[in-house]
Design a binder for this molecule. Structure first.
Ligand code: FMN
Length: 330
């Protein structure tokens, strides 16, 4: 269904006329531009990584009213991901469980796809570790993906938090994370110099299944290596408090849970990051990305959230979203 929806979307919105029509219907610039880590966003609602893993539908997705699209995760080489079935719906919980395992066409091919059809909004590229590479050799593997997508990405998200690649989340440990971020930022600076522009914003995507002290260490490392933002959070391995029967959940097997049941935990993590990084990483959650809500609510989800936000901003007597949330643009 996912692949069918992706190609249907791309076909339906393949001409500039249909995209303009969708844009008129679904996209309103309600807040003025939002400036975050040097990039200008039309609105704060983005599509999270994993939906358009290969960057083949980003242009069509942008026409649905997202302020940014994060494509990927991609890895340095193409890989098939886990055997199917690997995606399960939990409708009673408005949730999904997935163990996709980074099925993707490889970083270089993604870059090619984007060059062919670039979306008309901020484009993030999310990079992960190839399954065949051991955790000790992760750095050169990330560097390879980083270099392949560097010139097409507005920002690059470093994924160290998917539960579906064995040992990946070990990269969240401070020593490992410091090594990875150091190498990526070094290459970022070199490539920036070569192309005579600022280094690209690097964002770090973290898991919800971390203790407070683990998050504290991650924030410390992220700040010291000038990470532009944290993406909180990836899917969870926790299965507590669900409406879906225990037996059904068991039958799905391993994977990351996303959607409504993750809401409270990701808000807690965001609040903690806000407290720990105040002033150094832009205040609060200044952008929001979603995936599962798009599956359950359908293509108008970004427009409807943006309309709701605009209503609140107006109602409170503010002119812009930034004024309302008290976030000074950086
Ligand atoms: C089917 C599926 C595939 C995903 N693939 C990725 C991925 O490749 N990389 C990544 O960083 N996150 C991936 N995610 C996680 C989402 O980007 C998001 O962080 C998570 O689902 C929580 O947000 P949500 O509750 O709005 O879905 C995936 C999620 C789903 C449901």
């Amino acid at each position: 269904m996912h692949e069918f929806a992706l190609s249907a979307l791309s076909v339906a919105l393949s001409t500039s006329a249909t995209r303009r029509l969708a844009t008129r219907q679904l996209r309103r610039e309600t807040f003025g531009k939002l400036k975050r880590f040097g990039l200008e966003f039309g609105n704060p609602i983005g599509l999270a990584a994993g939906f358009d893993k290969n960057g083949t539908a980003a242009q069509a997705l942008a026409a649905l009213g997202f302020g940014f699209i994060e494509v990927g995760s991609v890895t340095s080489e193409a890989q098939p991901g886990n055997p199917r079935p690997r995606l399960f719906r939990l409708p009673r919980d408005r949730a999904l469980i997935n163990r996709a395992g980074f099925n993707n066409c490889g970083a270089a091919q993604l870059a090619e796809n984007i060059r062919r059809r670039r979306p008309d909004c901020v484009l993030g590229v999310n990079i992960g570790k190839s399954r065949s590479v051991s955790i000790e050799d992760a750095i050169p593997d990330y560097l390879k993906s980083f270099e392949a997508v560097y010139d097409i990405a507005d920002y690059i998200a470093i994924n160290v938090s998917s539960p579906n690649t064995p040992n990946l989340r070990e990269l969240q440990r401070p020593e490992m994370l410091a090594g990875l971020l150091k190498s990526l930022q070094q290459r970022n600076a070199e490539l920036g110099l070569q192309h005579s522009h600022q280094p690209k914003p690097l964002l770090l995507k973290i898991a919800p299944d971390l203790s407070e002290s683990e998050i504290e260490s991650i924030v410390e490392v992220a700040i010291s290596f000038k990470v532009a933002g944290l993406i909180a959070t990836n899917t969870t391995i926790n299965r507590e408090g669900l409406q879906t029967s225990h037996a059904e959940i068991e039958s799905f097997g391993e994977g990351g849970l996303s959607g409504a049941p993750l809401g409270q935990r990701s808000n807690e993590v965001i609040a903690l990051i806000y407290r720990l990084s105040r002033g150094q990483i832009c205040a609060g959650a200044s952008l929001i990305q979603l995936y599962t809500g798009f599956i359950y609510e359908g293509p108008s989800v970004a427009r409807r959230i943006n309309e709701g936000l605009a209503e609140i901003v107006r109602h409170e007597g503010f002119r812009t979203l930034d004024e309302a949330v008290g976030c000074r643009s950086k």
